[in-house]
Write a protein that binds this ligand. Structure first.
Ligand code: 13P
Ligand code: SF4
Length: 303
């Protein structure tokens, strides 16, 4: 029996669901019950009533959020080593240092942070709702971490003063995108539309026709009549874009823009994780309840 079939059978037996991020390998996306961006996946994890096990094909911080929002379910991360390097860039000590410097300024954390960091913030956000969350705060100055590119983008959009913590947190995969490749591609595809993730640099945002989260890009591509789309985000998204829009062309803005951590989840690891119910993600109290409040506040604002 093919591995994909074995996973589907086991999933049914164990009352499990598989949630996969848009950057997962094509074969992983194809067996998932739901594929989405970080806010959609958290929302799905929260809505889920029937399943006893959630297999979260993504990286550490996303699975942690699912575990925080679903304390009655077993959340499995198929590859225990799948860690977002940007989330590791903001430590609790660093947060405390900034909190002392700006005791009255609210702290907003991108969901790409560990639960231990989330426990210290006022509210979380994702790339899809960062502008809305910051606009909703009754404050003109905001501490924001860990992505300084997203911080800069939010400052441009809201006109508020956004203080990035740490000073230069970044996503190594999105840093690979630079305007030169896009300029060369534009010569070949003159009417192409350029979609850029807000984790990219300011130079990339400047040449974008659309800036948004991975699922916002999917929506934009579906609704836009252009024939060709140049895409500046991790290459896994192209599988979904091509599947949903077979008559349109999608070109990656930098060959090799891969998040190695996202790619650690293979069908073999999903199968073994489900079979042995291993790599259970747990977040200890009181960290979980504090981080839950920050995530719930985000949902309240964006509901
Ligand atoms: P999205 O919320 O846009 O899916 O982004 C998550 C992420 O990790 C981007 O690198
Ligand atoms: Fe983290 Fe970047 Fe990978 Fe997203 S693409 S999970 S931000 S390293």
């Amino acid at each position: 029996m093919a591995l994909a079939e074995k996973i589907l059978r086991l999933k049914k037996e164990k009352k499990a669901i598989i949630l996969a991020h848009n950057y997962q390998r094509p074969e992983v996306q194809d067996i998932a019950d739901y594929v989405g961006d970080s806010i959609e996946l958290s929302g799905k994890a929260m809505e889920e009533k029937e399943a006893e096990i959630i297999v979260f094909a993504a990286v550490d911080f996303m699975a942690e959020s699912a575990a925080i929002l679903n304390s009655d379910k077993k959340v499995l991360l198929p590859s225990a080593g799948a860690r977002c390097p940007m989330a590791q860039m903001l430590t609790v000590d660093e947060i405390k240092r900034w909190r002392v410097l700006y005791p009255l300024v609210p702290l907003v954390l991108y969901v790409n942070t560990l639960a231990s960091a989330k426990a210290y913030c006022d509210v979380c956000c994702t790339s899809a709702n960062a502008v809305e969350v910051i606009n909703a705060l009754d404050a003109e100055t905001v501490l924001f971490g860990p992505d300084h590119n997203l911080a800069e983008y939010v400052q441009e959009k809201t006109g508020k003063t956004i203080i990035p913590i740490p000073e230069r947190g970044f996503c190594p995969t999105h840093l690979l995108f630079q305007p030169e490749e896009v300029q060369v591609l534009k010569a070949d595809f003159q009417d192409a539309v350029v979609m850029v993730h807000p984790e990219c640099t300011a130079e990339m945002r400047k040449i974008a026709d659309f800036i948004g989260s991975t699922s916002q890009m999917c929506r934009y591509a579906r609704e836009n009549n252009a024939e060709t789309f140049i895409v500046a985000t991790e290459e896994g998204l192209l599988h979904r874009l091509k599947r949903d829009n077979p008559s349109k062309r999608f070109v990656l803005a930098y060959e090799g823009a891969i998040c190695p951590n996202m790619k650690l989840n293979t069908l073999e690891r999903i199968y073994m994780a489900l079979k042995e119910e291993r790599h259970v993600v747990t977040v200890p109290e009181p960290i979980a309840s504090k981080a839950r409040k920050a995530l719930e506040k985000m949902f309240e604002i964006t509901r």
